[in-house]
Design a protein around this ligand. Structure first.
Ligand code: PDD
Length: 283
């Protein structure tokens, strides 16, 4: 994973440096994407790039790059295969620290790769269910922007680790929002429920795919408010993200979810994901 992309160049990672006055470093004034590539091909690449454009527009960064070409080339240069690409764009660097920024700033663009497991090739049995806590959502009011300002996410994840579990589900004003780095779904009597898309959650590309695949397979879905009682009474609870796909949550706040096993609708959804990924890779 030696080659990275920095400001228009493909260079060795040891040579990639950024100014200490970069606004990404000083203020977290930057946005990012994490995109899986399987066998060298981007998974939901268009959807990731659409969300990137949304984030960039929302914070008024103008970065005119051919992302698809750059990322595909970066993946090739790192040997192709199964890689996760991290892409970060900060507002840039002005040589001093000021909350106010100039209109003509040149964004800093950085991308790198790291190896990932091909979850689909590994199969459903290789997916371990997770245990979670529910904790306060400490984040700001624009969680739809994929900002690198991730301190609240880090704090709740650390809280989960200290509680001896894998994941933190966040709650704000009595309603579940999402996980520290994933979206949230539950199943009740054969229906998939997930919190409404808005500024309280990130519009996850995997969440969107779940809704699409469910619709094609005739599984009903609804975007609704989910309170704690509804969560705890669910037949199944899932989390989703690009790097983990769809993962069953088997225990929340020390209580088993239903019988504490991976549920049948999760197994079906994982099958639909696997088929989708196979078609994509072989298409
Ligand atoms: N995170 N919600 C949050 C807060 C996230 O950080 C993520 C992804 C998601 C899921 O989005 P998607 O399905 O498009 O990956 C939801 C990435 C993986 C990360 O920060 O590493």
């Amino acid at each position: 994973m030696d080659t990275v992309f920095l400001n228009g160049e493909f260079i060795a990672q040891q040579q990639a440096t950024v100014s200490v006055f970069d606004r990404g470093f000083l203020f977290g004034d930057s946005v990012y994407e994490v995109i899986p590539f399987y066998r060298g091909r981007g998974f939901r690449l268009d959807e990731h790039l659409q969300r990137l454009e949304h984030s960039l527009r929302a914070i008024q960064i103008n970065a005119d790059y051919d992302w698809k070409t750059i990322l595909t080339r970066l993946v090739d240069m790192n040997g192709g295969g199964n890689l996760s690409v991290y892409l970060q764009i900060s507002r840039g660097c002005s040589g001093n620290r000021s909350h106010i920024y100039a209109a003509d700033m040149v964004p800093t663009v950085f991308a790198c790769c790291s190896p990932i497991k091909n979850i689909y090739a590994a199969g459903a049995d290789s997916i371990a269910g997770v245990r979670a806590i529910v904790t306060a959502d400490l984040r700001w009011g624009r969680c739809d922007i994929k900002s690198t300002g991730l301190l609240p996410n880090i704090l709740v994840m650390q809280q989960a680790r200290q509680a001896g579990v894998d994941e933190a589900l966040m709650i704000r004003d009595g309603l579940l929002t999402e996980g520290a780095s994933c979206n949230l779904m539950l199943v009740d009597k054969g229906v998939i429920y997930t919190p409404k898309r808005g500024s309280e959650i990130l519009g996850g590309t995997t969440r969107e795919l779940i809704l699409e695949l469910a619709a094609e397979d005739g599984i009903p879905t609804q975007e609704v408010d989910i309170d704690y009682d509804r969560l705890m009474a669910a037949d199944e609870v899932w989390i989703s993200s690009s790097t983990r796909a769809v993962v069953p949550v088997l225990e929340i706040d020390g209580q088993p979810v239903a019988d504490g096993n991976k549920g049948p609708l999760w197994a079906r959804m994982f099958e639909l994901f696997t088929r989708y990924q196979n078609d994509l890779m072989n298409g």
